[in-house]
Write a protein that binds this ligand. Sequence first.
Ligand SMILES: Nc1ncnc2c1ncn2[C@@H]1O[C@H](COP(=O)(O)OP(=O)(O)OP(=O)(O)O)[C@@H](O)[C@H]1O
Ligand SMILES: [Mg+2]
Length: 344
Amino acid sequence: MPEKEGRLVTEMIHTSGLVKRFGNVEALRGLDLDVPQGTVLGLLGPNGAGKTTAVRILTTLLEPDGGMATVAGIDVVAQPDKVRERIGLSGQNAAVDEYLTGYENLEMVGRLYHLGARRSRARARELLERFELDDAGDRPAKTYSGGMRRRLDLAAALVAEPEVLFLDEPTTGLDPRSRTQMWDTIRELVRGGSTALLTTQYMDEADRLADDIVVIDRGQMIAHGHPDELKARIGGERVEVVLADSAQIPATKVVLAELSVGEIRVEEETCTVTAAVTRGVDILREVLEALKDRAIAVDDVGLRRPTLDDVFLSLTGHAAEEATSQSDGRRAGRDEAKEKEVVR
Ligand SMILES: Nc1ncnc2c1ncn2[C@@H]1O[C@H](COP(=O)(O)OP(=O)(O)OP(=O)(O)O)[C@@H](O)[C@H]1O
Ligand SMILES: [Mg+2]
């Protein structure tokens, strides 16, 4: 990341041994995080993993039962007011006042942050425009759609141009276009020197935005690294062949055995055979020729690189979007909904 080279790297978010209990539920069991200035940390984990709890502690809404946390070098328990001056939060429990208009919501936040009347008004207008809410700016927020509320909530988090941003599932419920806009906004903020902690259920979002990823499950870190490192850890690329007729699975296995480097997997229901390979596109051509020589009819063939979805699945035992909300952390263990990304 060249734009980050040469910049003084300071930890803008730091936690060590963070513990939080709710009755007999241990929501956080000794969480350690470090987020350097000007980077985005993607905090991933199945439902109930403890992501929102971590965000709430870091944004001073909740006190930890153990361990410590600092934001911009300030202890969140000792000096919560000071921390609040430096942060913006766009949360799962949006802090939008339903009865105020979009404009009034933003202006009020500006006043709360002591921006002064003129600056608050200007900032409100600027942000309404940026999030394409200017037409709806004079309507009460209760008339907004879910996506508009999300955008207003993020706009509110940005009013005071905070150094550290906490974004708890910022794009859940947004349409693809709004998601892309949100990503652009977050990228722009980080390029400008802001630091962000982002939780998300969308692996592509983490892949695009995060410099570093921490996967947590049941309140503990289970993996940490750059998205590419995590993908590399679970294995390389695979050739995936979707057959027209399941009777040809055995013959396909024979063909792939000659060309692949590892275990061959068969998914009967979808007539899919996959095999680990090393030579990328070249091997695709060879596979196609070999199948044609043996008159094996193919519906689809592709090269599949591991995605963050695969990483998530392999680490937690279930896909992000089908994670259970059970607080005891029992696993869903279903894998039929595995997401496929076939390069055609
Ligand atoms: N106020 C609370 N009272 C009791 N239990 C709570 C409370 N807040 C969180 N928990 C429990 O703590 C655990 C972690 O919850 P948390 O909301 O941090 O998970 P999450 O990773 O944000 O999940 P999701 O992906 O569903 O948003 C869960 O078991 C949850 O039920
Ligand atoms: Mg949450």
